[in-house]
Design a protein around this ligand. Structure first.
Ligand SMILES: CC(C)(COP(=O)(O)OP(=O)(O)OC[C@H]1O[C@@H](n2cnc3c(N)ncnc32)[C@H](O)[C@@H]1OP(=O)(O)O)[C@@H](O)C(=O)NCCC(=O)NCCS
Length: 193
């Protein structure tokens, strides 16, 4: 049974996922035929950037969990902590915490708790004025645990070299941080089974 992403995942995701499902329907419900045209579809609409993993149609793990969330925020001058306008890496973990909370609310109807990160990598510096998209996905579930993957990427940057208010929308987002971790929703708090 195929499921599209949750309807309020973010318009790009819904658009991309709807496209996959439309292709799947047009190609007679064949995952194999859909798989063969997906690279063309992704290249045409530049869809790859909206996904951490492949389409739910092709990825059984995502088909089971298929739970994603995204927030986009502007990093303020108040977040600067180091020389050269550099922002504390913990700010990215704060964003992932909010993404995780939303994922748990969707999944369990409860905020749950973050129990552990098993990996965090800071890939590029973040500065005041950057727009950051933080995305997350539940990749597997235990009894009370929900394992998640996260990615933060820079989508808009200030261009102080041009003027104090100039900014660029990046053609290719810059990945600034990736992480994976586990959250827990205690059994008695789970409201969705
Ligand atoms: C999260 C918390 C409630 C878990 O307590 P608990 O339920 O007694 O913990 P348990 O040892 O029974 O483990 C619960 C689940 O988490 C998993 N888990 C525990 N520690 C883990 C770790 N370090 N990494 C991955 N998974 C872990 C267990 O395998 C278990 O999974 P399962 O239920 O799917 O089998 C408790 O540790 C806590 O309150 N921590 C503080 C949370 C917090 O304040 N976070 C920051 C703000 S969100």
């Amino acid at each position: 049974m195929l499921r599209a992403g949750a309807p309020d995942d973010g318009s790009e995701w819904v658009f991309a996922e709807s496209g996959y499902l439309l292709l799947y329907a047009l190609l007679g419900g064949s995952a194999q035929r859909t798989a063969s045209v997906i690279p063309m579809y992704e290249a045409l609409f530049d869809m790859k950037k909206y996904f951490i993993t492949d389409s739910a149609i092709l990825n059984p793990t995502r088909r089971r969990c298929n739970m994603k969330s995204m927030i986009r925020v502007r990093i303020s001058a108040a977040d600067v902590h180091y020389g050269g306008n550099l922002v504390d890496g913990a700010k990215m973990l704060q964003l992932f915490g909010d993404v995780a909370t939303e994922l748990l609310i969707r999944r369990d109807g409860d905020e749950g708790l973050f129990v552990a990160y098993d990996s965090v990598e800071f890939k590029a510096p973040v500065y005041a004025g950057d727009y950051i998209e933080a995305v997350g996905e539940i990749v597997s579930e235990g009894n009370t645990s929900r394992k998640m993957k996260f990615e933060a990427r820079k989508v808009i940057v200030p261009r102080y070299d041009l003027s104090e208010s100039a900014c660029d929308m990046l053609d290719e987002p810059i990945v600034v941080c990736i992480a994976s971790g586990t959250c827990v929703t205690p059994k008695d708090k789970q409201r969705k089974g």
